[in-house]
Design a protein around this ligand. Structure first.
Ligand SMILES: [Zn+2]
Length: 342
């Protein structure tokens, strides 16, 4: 099995799902191996010298070759998102715009976000894989999944790309749980150093998708204050933990755990989704909240504990940021060891 990770090319028909299956009819075989989704095609989103570059996943791939953690996971099947899946969270104009922009050769689709000729197809795979992981976990054969995908997604808003993100992968995953599996209580957690403004925007008035983000503040993208709590039927479903630079690691971990437990108590999630960005690491060149690699073990354990308490451990994690390729790989390894733990 390890060889499949070494080759960075997978073909197993895992992670597929009968999309008509109702959320409530899941089986209880959740103790099987967690799934790991990644694929060399994610390197084809060619951003050149940009911080969000293919070397990020190359570095993670090198880690997977060396670490025993890869043997604890079963490869999941990569799938491209359908227009219907994307259309649950993005406007048709935005989807068409990304496609056209890539077809014409790409460039900067907005100030921070680079598109290459293959980026549209790669972004479809990132979003589709997130949805496929939800299918597999809700189906019940695997209780946890990690999607090592790019481009990241949590800044993408309904009608435009933003902050290195073309399509909002975690939002597509949440919508899959909501619309295909009839989940009515979905908890999206985001510990990327940047506020997940796109995810918040998409579900701001949703009573079904709860969102918790811890992030450096004030910082890009500027949103994510404590008084942003949702609107209408979604009032009280948004939980923001803005953290000033210089907050101690101990305080960050403690406040994250407290707010996470509050959010989980309110939501009582049927599935937990995690926007796992590793750019709060002290070595990160564009983020940083001065976290150490080991802190991602602790943060991940806190999220796993919530999934274990409320939803038989059902957790789908997706890679977001993390721009020091070395500390990214080390942090992802810590994250995977926790997900691999029984
Ligand atoms: Zn980030």
């Amino acid at each position: 099995m390890l060889e499949r990770f070494l080759a960075f090319g997978y073909g197993l028909n895992e992670g597929c799902c009968d999309e008509t299956r109702h959320f409530k009819t899941q089986t209880s075989g959740y103790k099987r191996m967690p799934l790991l989704y990644t694929d060399p095609s994610f390197l084809d989103h060619d951003t050149g010298e940009h911080r969000e570059c293919a070397d990020r996943l190359r570095s993670v791939g090198e880690m997977l070759k060396k670490s025993d953690v890869a043997s604890k996971f079963k490869p999941g099947e990569i799938k491209a998102a359908t227009l219907a899946q994307l259309g649950r969270v993005h406007s048709p104009q935005h989807i068409a715009n990304v496609e056209k922009f890539a077809e014409k050769g790409g460039g900067r689709i907005e100030s921070d976000t680079v598109v290459s000729p293959k980026s549209y197809q790669v972004a479809l795979k990132a979003a589709g894989t997130a949805a496929a992981a939800v299918d597999a976990v809700i189906k019940g054969e695997h209780r946890r999944a990690m999607c090592l995908i790019r481009p990241p997604g949590h800044h993408a808003v309904p009608a435009k790309a933003q902050g290195f993100c073309l399509f909002n992968n975690v939002a597509v995953a949440a919508a899959q749980a909501q619309w295909i599996h009839q989940a009515t209580r979905i908890l999206v957690v985001d510990f990327d150093v940047h506020h997940g403004n796109g995810t918040q925007d998409i579900f701001y008035d949703s009573e079904n998708v709860y969102f918790l983000s811890s992030h450096r503040h004030p910082f890009y993208p500027g949103t994510g204050t404590e008084d942003e709590t949702g609107t209408g039927r979604g009032l009280g479903t948004i939980f923001n933990l803005p953290l000033t630079f210089g907050t101690s690691r101990k305080e960050i971990l403690s406040r994250f755990e407290t707010l996470l437990n509050d959010a989980a108590k309110r939501c009582k999630p049927e599935i937990v989704l995690l926007s796992a960005g590793f750019d709060a690491h002290k070595e990160d060149p564009i983020g940083s909240l001065e976290l150490e690699t080991e802190d991602f073990t602790k943060l991940t354990k806190q999220v796993v504990a919530v999934a274990d308490e409320y939803c038989d451990g059902q957790l789908v994690s997706l890679l977001e940021g993390g721009y020091n390729v070395k500390s990214l790989a080390e942090s992802v390894e810590c994250h995977l060891w926790v997900l691999a733990d029984k």
